[in-house]
Design a binder for this molecule. Structure first.
Ligand SMILES: [Zn+2]
Ligand SMILES: [Zn+2]
Length: 360
């Protein structure tokens, strides 16, 4: 009996709570289904007593709705980026509404969709839903900045008394940002806070500090942090660049964002204005297409134009090109014992990228 129970448990555990398919199998299924998928994101700070139970609840329900994506669950809340078949949206929305703290949560729905944006459903338990490096017990995280919509945001950034700060990382603001924004040259959100504070600390009292990020989540903590540090007038763009763009289009407002909005899925970026403000990191010509180096041992995130893509076989350097041209088994052998040198979204910098260095 006990043995049987164990088997049942094992079956349930392996079949329901984790991915059954590889990315390749999933891609084929999506292709075969031929259904349009929606890409969306949302987050919510809320007290979650048992993240594991919550995580499993989400996985079981969303897996059967064919939801794919990357979802972080922590004691402090949830941060989700995902895609699902468009015709299952109502079902998904009803499920969200059945969870008290997610009822009517704002969903940031992408402008450009890619059916292959996500190929697995990963619901991970984390210490925090954003790696901010902050000790939340040292300040009041609920004392946030004032949320503003696109219209008010436009007015604020026209104001001479405003300091506009981009809370994202260098590779994100490089391909697109609001006109006149400070774009800190940082690799992580954690690094950006003290750097920004140092740059603008003389204006704590009299200036308006206005901040924005991709979907608003980073500003939720950052605005409270800057208020704690003594900034008197702190504002944040509600719903970030994604929601701003939606409002600009719906209400026919002036768009003050130039270039592309970097996103953390296979699409890499959504075009917001026709301006191409970045350059190919290899030849310097105007380009804002992020790629990952094709050498799996490198995987560096960088900007590459079509010409260089062809010349370099999708690689960041001749060294990677050589490795990439070897038989797969040989490549695997070379990789043995060496960790992945560049995590996908982390670096975006390398000595081999001539034009990235020049731009710094
Ligand atoms: Zn190029
Ligand atoms: Zn490389």
């Amino acid at each position: 009996m006990q043995f049987k129970l164990f088997l049942t448990f094992k079956y349930w555990y392996s079949m329901q709570l984790y991915n059954k398919l590889s990315a390749k199998e999933r891609a084929e299924l999506i292709q075969e289904a031929g259904k349009d998928r929606l890409t969306l994101s949302f987050y919510k700070y809320a007290k979650i007593g048992n993240p594991r139970i919550f995580r499993n609840h989400l996985f079981i329900n969303w897996d059967q709705m064919e939801v794919l994506g990357r979802i972080y669950v922590a004691n402090e809340g949830i941060n989700a980026q995902l895609s699902l078949p468009a015709d299952r949206f109502d079902e998904f929305k009803n499920h969200l509404d059945s969870i008290t703290f997610l009822e009517n949560v704002r969903l940031n729905i992408a402008i450009e969709h890619d059916n292959m944006a996500f190929l697995k459903l990963k619901v991970k338990i984390k210490n925090k839903i954003v790696a901010d490096g902050l000790n939340d017990h040292t300040f009041d995280v609920r004392n946030k900045g004032i949320h503003v919509n696109a219209e008010t945001f436009n007015e604020l950034i026209d104001d001479e008394n405003t300091i506009l700060v981009d809370m994202r990382n260098h590779y994100e603001s490089e391909i697109g940002h609001f006109k006149g924004a400070m774009t800190p040259d940082v690799d992580t959100f954690r690094d950006s806070l003290p750097i920004i504070e140092e740059d603008i600390k003389a204006h704590k009292e009299e200036k308006k500090l206005v901040m924005y990020c991709t979907g608003g989540i980073r500003c939720e903590k950052a605005s409270a942090y800057f208020k704690h540090k003594g900034f008197k007038n702190v504002y944040q763009l509600e719903g970030g660049i994604i929601e701003y763009t939606r409002q600009v289009n719906n209400k026919n407002l002036e768009n003050k964002f130039v270039g592309k909005n970097f996103v953390f899925d296979q699409r890499r970026g959504e075009r917001i204005s026709e301006d191409v403000i970045a350059h190919c990191h290899q030849c310097g010509q105007p380009c804002d297409t992020h790629v990952n180096c094709a050498n799996e041992a490198c995987h560096l995130l960088f900007i590459q134009c079509e010409d260089c893509k062809t010349d370099m076989d999708n690689c960041c350097s001749t060294k990677c090109q050589e490795v990439h041209s070897l038989p797969y088994e040989k490549q695997k052998e070379l990789r043995k014992g060496q960790g992945n040198s560049n995590d996908i979204f982390k670096k975006g910098r390398s000595e081999v990228l001539k034009y990235k260095k020049d731009l710094k």
